[in-house]
Design a protein around this ligand. Structure first.
Ligand SMILES: Nc1ncnc2c1ncn2[C@@H]1O[C@H](COP(=O)(O)OP(=O)(O)O)[C@@H](O)[C@H]1O
Ligand SMILES: [Mg+2]
Length: 414
């Protein structure tokens, strides 16, 4: 590690300090008190990153106050807390204070990896005053009322395509229980959207930035939780906060969704310039898509924000492409071919659009990406006020997430 990446341990107990040093990269220094000069003064010419490893003998409140101060004053610095116990209240308090990671004192073997991750994410975070707050991404939600039609394929492919042409792109996985954006992109996220949700109202740009995982295409991903149980932590308010922050620092934000119009998806749709609705050429997918289009219209999402995308449009499954506009009451905006190379690339840990840009699937995705980047990116479209029946339906959807099986009974019964 170069001198530009400083690691400092704060631990008064010399035996414990020695144990921590052994687990740290070479060149790590040790101080015994938190009030030592821990980081170069903000604004100094030292542009490197600093990781403070705060040991278990340091008073927890003092450690959290330091983490909070550094998060506010110095985005180059990250705090890793080593704790005697990993109980939920410590974890939550630590994340709220901006601590990068909490490790048990019995898991020091993981420390080197945590330090290296903390340095690399801090290096990506520019100084807070560099954050381009004026930037306003085009926000696109990819939705379908049915699983397996290609939402994740479309969102990951489109996002990689935009990122690889140099557009600053973020992909948010809102399929919070069974999200597979990370596995599709062969990523191993250290942090996910549930960590961002725990931080609550104080979530800011540097903290969110440290929770993103970078893909080789340049795309940044905020993954779904690794453990489905953590999805409970993700409120619609936290989804709104995350999307607003991502939108302030990217050109494009894409959002992958579960096959349910739940309250998190509604929060995303409220902030979206465009909803890409994916279907395949089979009767259930088209029936569900029709219901989804009607529902979106009822809750006040104007038709000009909805786009129909037919995936696997050349698959011979009995429904003809020509019949689709009449079945949906809507034109089809884009079609994607079916190819076994799509899952084939994923199984090799690649993304087809970047691994083989000339492939017909990649060419079709690139065309949609061009449409998205050339679209007139005015400020957010004003969300039209839903008609009264729509407001009623929206309340019902919020109260009872709309699952595939409930689709027909929810829709049409306002
Ligand atoms: N155009 C396509 N050609 C071939 N296979 C596809 C295509 N689109 C998606 N698939 C495959 O279909 C399966 C489901 O796609 P996925 O994107 O995970 O759907 P969803 O996110 O809607 O559940 C995956 O195995 C994916 O590789
Ligand atoms: Mg999916």
């Amino acid at each position: 590690m170069t001198a530009a990446h400083r690691t400092v341990i704060v631990e008064p107990d010399s035996t414990m300090a020695a144990a921590i040093v052994t687990a740290c990269p070479e060149g790590t220094s040790v101080v015994s008190r938190l009030d030592s000069q821990l980081t170069p003064p903000a604004g100094s010419s030292d542009d490197g990153t600093q990781v403070l490893v705060i040991g278990p003998s340091v008073d927890l409140d003092a450690a959290l106050t330091t983490a909070e101060r550094l998060r506010r004053d110095d985005p180059r610095a990250a705090v890793i807390l080593i704790s005697r116990r990993l109980d939920t209240s410590t974890l939550v308090a630590a994340l709220r204070s901006g601590v990068h990671e909490v490790l048990s004192q019995h898991s020091l073997a993981e420390l080197a990896h945590s330090i290296s991750h903390a340095h690399s994410t801090r290096a990506r975070v520019k100084r807070a005053d560099d954050v381009p707050v004026h930037r306003r991404a085009r926000v696109t939600t990819v939705f379908a009322a049915k699983g397996g039609v290609g939402k994740t394929t479309v969102s990951t492919s489109l996002a990689s395509s935009l990122a690889s042409r140099g557009e600053k792109t973020a992909l948010l996985d809102l399929d919070v229980a069974f999200g597979d954006v990370a596995v599709t992109l062969n990523l191993f996220p250290a942090r996910d959207i549930s960590d961002a949700a725990i931080v609550g109202d104080s979530l800011d740009h540097p903290t969110l930035q440290s929770m993103l995982t970078e893909h080789a295409s340049g795309l940044t991903v905020l993954a779904a939780p690794h453990e489905p149980g953590r999805s409970e932590l993700i409120t619609p308010e936290s989804v709104t906060r995350v999307i607003e922050l991502l939108a302030a620092s990217h050109d494009h934000v894409l959002i992958d969704t579960p096959p349910a119009l739940d309250e998190r998806v509604l929060a995303a749709i409220d902030l979206s310039d465009l909803i890409l609705l994916v279907a395949t050429l089979d009767v259930p997918a088209l029936k569900n898509l029709r219901a989804a289009l009607d529902t979106l219209t009822l809750i006040g999402v104007s038709a000009d924000r909805q786009r129909v995308l037919l995936n696997r449009a050349d698959a011979e499954v009995g429904v003809s492409l020509a019949d689709v506009p009449a079945a949906l009451g809507r034109p089809v905006s884009a079609i994607l071919p079916s190819s076994r190379d799509v899952p084939g690339a994923v199984n090799r840990g690649e993304v087809l659009v970047t691994a083989n840009p000339r492939h017909p699937f990649s060419v079709a995705i690139a065309r949609i990406a061009t449409d998205l980047s050339q679209a007139d990116d005015n400020a957010l479209p004003t969300t039209s006020t839903p008609p009264i029946a729509g407001a009623f339906l929206r309340d019902r959807l919020r109260a009872r997430p709309w699952r595939r099986t409930a689709a027909t009974s929810s829709v049409g019964a306002p």
